[in-house]
Ligand binder design. Structure first.
Ligand code: ASP
Ligand code: MG
Length: 406
């Protein structure tokens, strides 16, 4: 029996005519096996970036509504071209925009959330024998406006569609072969991971691994939809992201990740009284600064230091907030350190294997890498180091946990 399959093709997979043709061939091979196929596409190559650049030349303060009108066109181009490529191969296919499908979102432009997906249109078209090709990244708001789902949002479109139609399988085709134990550009020996849990994937993504849109993985986890992330350029199997990976395949550490674009802020000599930390982080939160690691020192004479890391993109904002606050609470001053890196190890097996932290710290110590801050979750350990040593730290940990031999 044929299956109901949702396939998502990323921007690089549909970047030009030749690649679009190749994608059409691949879809065709599934249809020949009697599968029903719903396709979600991204915009061709760097189209979205180019559209954003174009807008900035016209008006750097373009409204979010018009930006959504503009950027949503990228996916319409690729979806219609792909439908034509299938028609040429004698296949029935129809391209649909987000609004045509009935992908209903809230009203927040540029970062809209999907509320519901009407499935009648998709089902009708499948019944007629069509391959349904959906323009990713977009929907229509409850106010009847076109909205987009945030950068990389076609992943979310695909997962949400797979969930709505009850797909048997959701494949995410991209320009890499899957999820790797580390970024292969930094560690060439990194291995492709066959299976990884949703939690590990989310944790790796939050700690610097870039493959899939995080929101898409969150939705997949919520509705338990296994995702197969694989290359559109080969037939090879990629990585399956799923709820549980069998005990035998459970690794202590599944992967490592590095973030080099964070900075460390230290508020020095704060009064060590209740409510001071609350004040700092409330002010930061009000300004939408996403704080990552937080360390408070042991206090001396009722005074203490608090350090935390923030993405460099919000450093100026975070710094100003911290300085204003330091004055208010009569702290001594604020230090900033941009030369930091954060390395993390992630693995579900940490829950059941003691000594992982010890092994991690010992490996770094043997390599003379100083740890400046540490934070842990149930399935991850992160260390802040000097930026200069970040890549080395990543390599050391990759080797320590035998990730080049999986
Ligand atoms: N084209 C959009 C972007 O580049 C959405 C996507 O590719 O998933 O962010
Ligand atoms: Mg894209």
């Amino acid at each position: 029996m044929g299956k109901l399959i949702v396939q998502k093709f990323g921007g690089s997979s549909v970047a030009n005519v030749e690649r679009l043709n190749r994608v059409a061939e691949r879809i065709n091979s599934y249809v020949k096996k009697r599968h029903k196929v719903v396709v979600v596409v991204s915009a061709m190559g760097d189209t979205t970036d180019e559209l954003i650049e174009l807008a900035s030349q016209i008006n750097p303060r373009a409204s979010e509504r018009e930006m959504d009108m503009l950027t949503s066109t990228g996916e319409i181009i690729s979806s219609s071209l792909l439908a034509m490529a299938l028609h040429k191969r004698g296949r029935k296919a129809i391209s649909l925009t987000g609004p045509q499908v009935g992908i209903i979102t809230d009203t927040s432009h540029a970062q809209a959330k999907i509320l519901t997906i009407r499935t009648e249109r998709i089902k009708d078209e499948l019944k007629k024998g069509n391959v349904v090709i959906i323009a990713g990244f977009q929907g229509v708001s409850t106010d009847h406006e076109i909205t987009t789902l945030g950068r990389g949002g076609s992943d979310l479109s695909a997962v949400a569609v797979a969930c709505a139609v009850g797909a048997d399988m959701c494949e995410i085709f991209t320009d890499v072969e899957g999820i790797f134990t580390a970024d292969p550009r930094i560690i060439p020996q990194a291995c492709k991971i066959k299976k990884i849990t949703f939690d590990e994937m989310l944790e790796l993504a939050a700690r610097g691994a870039q493959v899939m849109q995080t929101r898409a993985v969150e939705v997949a986890k919520k509705f338990n939809i296994p995702l197969h992330v694989r290359s559109s350029f080969t037939k090879k199997e990629g990585t399956v992201i799923m709820e549980k990976v069998s005990y035998i395949e459970e690794a202590v550490v599944r992967g490592v990740a590095l973030i080099e674009n964070e900075a460390k802020i230290t508020v020095c000599n704060l009064p060590d009284t209740p409510g001071v930390a609350a004040k700092i982080f409330t002010e930061l939160a009000k300004r939408s600064v996403n704080v990552d690691m937080i360390v408070q020192n042991v206090s001396h004479k009722k005074m203490t230091d608090i350090s935390f890391t923030v993405p460099k993109s919000v450093l100026a904002k975070a710094l100003k907030t911290s300085r204003d606050l330091a004055k208010k609470v009569k702290a001594k001053g604020v230090l900033v350190d941009e030369a930091v890196a954060k390395v993390s190890i992630v693995g579900i097996g940490m829950k059941s294997h003691p000594g992982v932290a010890a092994r991690c710290f010992a490996a770094l110590a043997r390599n003379k890498i100083n740890i400046e801050m540490i934070s842990t979750s149930e399935i991850s350990i992160s260390c802040v180091t000097r930026k200069m040593q970040g890549k080395k730290a990543l390599k050391v940990l990759h080797k320590e946990f035998n990730l080049d031999k999986i």
